[in-house]
Design a protein. Structure first.
Length: 549
C-alpha cells in the first residue's frame, strides 16, 4: 500500500532536539561518545535512522487527548482476548472426544476421564494444546508484523493509516464471529482478531510518547528548564510524571471500557440466556462498543507526520534493515536493550500464564459467557481502582516508574507460583471456584498497573523521535515473545496430561525476568543514553543532507 508522505525540510534536524535534551546529552557523555555514535549509524547509502520528530509539532488538544483515551476504552480486549477464545475453546471441546473412551464419546459425559482431544495432523491434540498452538501461531505472525512494518510507522503518515487498517481488520473479524459453527473456522477468526488486536495495542502505545512531549504541560516545563526556572532533576521528574499520567489514565480508560462493555453484555446475556446465538450476539455488541468509542481518534488526531521514506527504501523492507541496524546499537543503548530482553521473558511468562489460567477457568465454568462476564467485572472494577490508586500514590510521593513496576512484578511471579501448587494438591492452585474469583481480583489490583508502568518504562528508554521503531521492538517483546511460552506449555501438557504442569516453567520465566529488571536496569542512565543516541543520529542526518545539497 502506497501512502502519502510529507517532504522534510533541509537543516531542521538540529532544531529537533531541545536545549534541555542537549544539556542532558552533555552531562551523560562527552563529545567523543557522540562522534563514535554518529560513525556507527552512518551508511554509504545515507542515514539508516531518521527521527520522526518534526519542527513545530502541534500542541495536543483536549479533543485529541480524550479521543486517544476513548480508543483504548473500546480496545479493552473483552472481545478478541476473552469471548472469542471462549467461543473457540467451547466449539473445540464440543467437537472433541474422551481419549479414554475413544472417538465419538463425549468429553463431559458421565464417567469421562477429564481429558478431551481433537484430531490433529494425523494424530490427536488436547483441546488445551490446540488453544495454545493457536496463540503460538498468532504471536509468530505478530513477530512478522512488528519486525516488517514497525519501523515504517515512523515515516510520513504510514503510522496513522496503519493503526486504522489493523483496527478495521480486528472489527471485521469480530463481526464475522456471528456465524461460525465449526471449531476450525472459529479458530481462524479468533487468530485474525487476536493478531490484529495485539497489533492495535502496540501501534496505539507508540503514539503516547509523542503525545506526552507535546502536551501544554510538557511544553511549559521545557520553557522553564531552558530559562533556568527549574533544575534538570525537576525537569526529568516532572517529564516522567507526565508520561505516567497519560499512560495511567489511558490504562484506566481501558478498564472503564471493560466494565462498561461487560455491563452492556449483561443486557443480552441475562434475558437471552436460552437463545442458542446469545454468545454471538454478545460478541457483536462488544465490538460495536469499540467502533463507537474508537472512531473518534481517527477524526481528531492531529497530523504529526514523520520524514519522507529515504530514497530507494520501501515500507516493507525498511523495518528489517532498521531492526538489524538497531540491534548493533546495544553498546550505545545498553539499558534499553536489557529491558527489551527482560520484558521479552516477562511478557512471555505473564501472557502464557493468563492463557493457561483462562483455559482452566473455561473448563471450570463450562465455557459460560455469563460467568466469565461476572469474573471480568471483578477484574475490571479492581483494575480501574488500582490504576488510578497507583497513579495517585506515585504522583503524591513522586516515586520513580521502576519502583512502581517492581511492586507489580512481585505479583507477576506469585500468580504462576500459586498455580504450581496445584500440581500437588487440589485444595489450592486454581482448582476451586473461589480461586478464580481471587485471581481476577488480584490481577486487577496489581497487574493492571503493570501494563501502564511497563509502557512508561519503555517510553523512558526510547530515543526521542524513534517511537514506532522502538515500540515495535517493545511489541515484539510484549506480544510476539509469547510464541515461545504457548508452544513449550502445550508440549508439557501433551506429555503430562495435566494443565498444571505448565506452571513451574512459567514461574521460573517470570522470576528470572524480574531479577534482570530489578538489578540490571538504570532508568536515569538509560534515558540519557537514549537522548545522546537520538541527537547523534539527527546530526548525522543533517550532515548527510548538507553533503547532498
Amino acid at each position: 500500500m502506497s501512502l502519502p508522505t510529507l517532504p522534510r525540510k533541509k537543516g531542521n534536524m538540529d532544531s529537533d532536539i531541545s536545549p534541555a535534551d542537549e544539556k542532558l546529552k552533555t552531562q551523560s557523555e562527552g563529545a567523543s561518545g557522540s562522534i563514535e555514535l554518529i560513525s556507527h549509524s552512518m551508511d554509504n547509502n545515507g542515514p539508516m535512522f531518521v527521527s520522526s520528530i518534526t519542527k513545530d509539532e502541534p500542541i495536543v488538544t483536549r479533543k485529541e487527548l480524550w479521543s486517544y483515551y476513548l480508543y483504548y476504552n473500546g480496545d479493552n480486549g473483552v472481545g478478541p482476548l476473552g469471548y472469542s477464545m471462549t467461543l473457540f475453546q467451547s466449539l473445540a471441546f464440543s467437537a472433541g472426544y474422551d481419549p479414554a473412551r475413544g472417538p465419538g464419546s463425549s468429553c463431559n459425559g458421565d464417567g469421562s476421564s477429564g481429558n478431551c482431544v481433537l484430531p490433529w495432523a494425523g494424530g490427536t491434540k488436547s483441546v488445551s494444546s490446540v488453544v495454545l498452538i493457536a496463540n503460538g501461531i498468532s504471536f509468530a505472525i505478530m513477530t512478522m508484523i512488528f519486525t516488517t512494518i514497525g519501523s515504517a510507522a515512523d515515516y510520513g503518515t504510514f503510522g496513522r493509516w496503519l493503526l486504522l487498517v489493523i483496527t478495521v481488520i480486528c472489527w471485521a473479524a469480530q463481526f464475522a464471529e456471528m456465524t461460525p459453527s465449526r471449531w476450525p473456522l472459529a479458530m481462524a477468526l479468533y487468530m485474525i482478531g487476536f493478531i490484529s488486536y495485539g497489533a492495535t495495542l502496540v501501534f496505539y502505545a507508540a503514539i503516547f510518547p509523542r503525545l506526552a512531549r507535546n502536551t501544554k504541560h510538557t511544553r511549559t516545563l521545557l520553557t522553564k528548564y531552558e530559562s533556568g526556572e527549574i533544575t534538570k532533576e525537576e525537569y526529568e521528574v516532572e517529564g516522567s510524571l507526565e508520561k505516567n499520567r497519560i499512560s495511567n489514565i489511558s490504562t484506566a480508560h481501558s478498564n472503564i471500557g471493560y466494565i462498561a462493555t461487560l455491563c452492556l453484555n449483561l443486557s443480552i446475556l441475562l434475558p437471552l440466556a436460552s437463545n442458542a446465538k446469545v454468545n454471538n450476539y454478545t460478541l457483536v455488541l462488544t465490538n460495536a462498543y469499540w467502533v463507537v468509542t474508537g472512531i473518534w481518534w481517527f477524526i481528531f488526531q492531529q497530523p504529526r507526520p514523520g520524514p519522507a521514506l529515504p530514497k530507494g527504501e520501501h515500507y516493507i523492507t525498511i523495518g528489517w534493515k532498521q531492526l538489524w541496524a538497531a540491534s548493533k546499537q546495544y553498546k550505545q543503548l545498553p539499558y534499553t536493550f536489557i529491558y527489551l530482553f527482560a520484558f521479552f521473558l516477562l511478557a512471555d511468562g505473564l501472557n502464557t500464564t493468563g492463557t493457561l489460567i483462562s483455559i482452566c477457568q473455561n473448563d471450570k465454568f463450562s465455557f459460560s459467557f455469563l460467568q466469565n462476564t461476572y469474573l471480568g467485572l471483578a477484574q475490571a472494577i479492581t483494575s480501574t481502582m488500582s490504576t488510578l490508586g497507583f497513579w495517585y500514590f506515585q504522583r503524591h510521593f513522586k516515586i520513580s516508574t521502576k519502583k512502581m513496576f517492581v511492586v507489580t512484578n512481585v505479583v507477576t511471579i506469585l500468580i504462576p507460583f500459586w498455580g504450581m501448587l496445584g500440581i500437588w494438591t487440589s485444595k489450592i492452585g486454581f482448582h476451586n471456584v473461589w480461586e478464580f474469583w481471587a485471581y481476577n481480583v488480584v490481577f486487577g489490583l496489581f497487574q493492571a498497573p503493570y501494563y501502564a508502568f511497563a509502557q512508561t518504562m519503555m517510553a523512558e528508554l526510547t530515543p526521542p523521535g524513534f517511537d514506532n521503531m522502538f515500540f515495535g521492538l517493545f511489541g515484539l517483546s510484549n506480544r510476539a515473545s509469547s510464541m515461545i511460552g504457548p508452544n513449550v506449555i502445550q508440549a508439557i501438557i501433551d506429555k503430562s496430561g495435566s494443565n498444571w504442569m505448565g506452571f513451574p516453567f512459567l514461574f521460573a520465566l517470570c522470576f528470572a525476568a524480574s531479577l534482570v529488571i530489578w538489578f540490571f536496569i538504570d532508568i536515569e542512565k538509560g534515558r540519557r543514553d537514549a537522548i545522546v543516541w537520538a541527537d547523534g543520529v539527527r546530526k548525522k542526518a543533517d550532515l548527510a543532507s548538507q553533503i547532498t545539497s
